[in-house]
Design a binder for this molecule. Sequence first.
Ligand code: BDP
Length: 700
Amino acid sequence: EDGYNLWLRYQPLAPPAQAKLKGQARSIVLTAAATPTTRAAVAELQRGVAGMGGGPAPAQATAIADGALVLGTTASLPALDAALKTELSRLGSEGYLLRATRLQGRPVTLIAANTDIGLLYGAFAWLRATAAGTAPVAASSPKLQLRLLNHWDNLDRHVERGYAGASIWDWWALPEITDSRYTDYARANASLGINGTVLNNVNSKPEVLTPAYIAKAAAVADVLRPYGIKVFLSARFSTPLELKETDTADPLSPAVQAWWKKKADEIYRTIPDFGGFLVKANSEGQPGPQDYHRSHADGANMLAAALAPHHGIVMWRAFVYAPEAGKETDRARQAYEEFKPLDGKFAANVMVQVKNGAIDFQPREPFHPLFGAMPNTPLMMEFQITKEYLGFSTDIAYLGTMFEEVLESDTMQGAGKGPTVAQIIEGAHTLGGQPAATGMAGVANIGVDRNWTGHHFDQANWYAFGRLAWNPQASARAIAIEWAAQTFGNDARVTTPVVDMLMLSREAVVDYMTPLGLHHMMGTAHHHGPAPWVNDLERPDWNPVYYHRAARDGIGFDRTASGTNALEQYAPALARLYADPRTTPEKYLLWFHHLPWTYAMPSGRTLWAEIIHHYDRGVAAARDLQTRWDALRGVVDARRHAEVAQRLRRQVQNAQLWRNACIAYFQSVSGLPLPDGVAPPPQPLEYYKGIHFPYAPGRG
Ligand code: BDP
């Protein structure tokens, strides 16, 4: 077992479950027309039933017989009873219903939907429930319209922040040669309901919009299309200028506007269902409309106008921080400051894509203050599935709990409670009465590694992202249970400990890296390993010392009114709550407050002792993960067990390094003795400062 099959392993079930399965799927009847999509659904059901049932695949039949698995749409099943028809009519173009019912007097298992893609999603949902041994959901439809992966993959196959090998997109070989992995990629994503993918890095290159690359993207689109997945591209704002086809990239220049219109027409001639553009502009050196003293809205709307006739969209990223080096501001404030004034100024087919937090995919951040602050603009969530700041693919950190924590955060924008971030992105606000476009994007953690994600447990993060994009209010624990059962087999001896490991893992990483609201203390550029002492980078806000502000008097970033007042960007009720360290959740304490080392924590410890306590707790949790996994030797298949065990050894070392380096450094600043019973870091601070990580993977 090498992990290639992800959660679609379809391993033989226990005998009673097998007997039940065989009774439910004696034959497969497709009442809808055979199309690439419905054929994929039938093939997946055959594969799944054969695997889990431990026998031959059920044959496809035309007549409905007892025990048939029937796939159909309202149109193809005129005899469907009125109640089911009504139910279906509420499920939209991607929903499905699963039902044990009677058709033509025969007991059958029905997978019904309004469209082919709904049938494919329904087939996957039924297989998921069968593998996990749970009752299939009766009916489901996605709460968000756009559920996208964002690949930070370069055209030379280097993956920025990728820790699972090279890019799966072999641009050199395309379009003639398409890897069979593309189909498995499509199956895996469709099984979660992911319906779009941005193929290339947000730090984009002009070449991706040349005819040769459009043809390559079209070949990928052809493979993904039957699985309901649309292709998008990251567009570089200065493309026409850099290709020397215009002499400016100013969005108000008629020549530039005409160039993009022509380009959009050309793309749609080749990829008729092309999704649209993702754009990183005026951020970290990328070109953008501000180069011409135009606004983000001017830039986004120009591209949107080119795509609108083809129903394409623009996802304009809000990840910006002021370009001037050396200017002392709070980076956490900047996206809000640039975007909030533009609320309501974006064209109808623009979505603003906002990272979950205001800094940058840290192990923990409070939710981004833009959520709830732009009621007239559809906001898309951007999560990072690849673990740039959470231990790459060597450490286990289940992000389901992190995504859930963000999504269930109360923005306190309303008069009473709510809306939560999940409700905001689901379109809780209205755009002058218009329903808002909705979406969620996840920066992919996929590469050519045999197991796709580098660490077997990182598959859970891809999985959790997809399930939460379908339903942002789903439970991270329930998702972990499903994943564990499908990935390791539905046996409580394995699933219970695996779910426990997943559920404790992200907090462990927060504890041993950046507890109590600390953030951005990772090594320069590669973002691996501890480097809280770094203070010599060109921009103040690239330095860890800028973020933790540790000094003799205390530690933490004062974002209240006495500091940068970034807090004022949140709803007044929440800002009031977080203005006082006593009513600020402990997990965000040093994000919002600069406090003396002797500050008394609710635990009775001083802040200094509490920080150390968290570091020690993090190391203990990493060891705990290892102990729990060791106990599964012989229960989990040998290869995957050994591969995870090796990585857990690294994780424990990594946790110890973080703990020792951070305690040594903070002690050098605080000048305080270690509390009783705390083990001193085994090496002096200089030793930790001297550790370097040259050639760390995934650099930008
Ligand atoms: C940062 C990454 C960098 C990305 C940037 C972004 O370090 O590689 O280009 O985010 O999101 O976290 O644009």
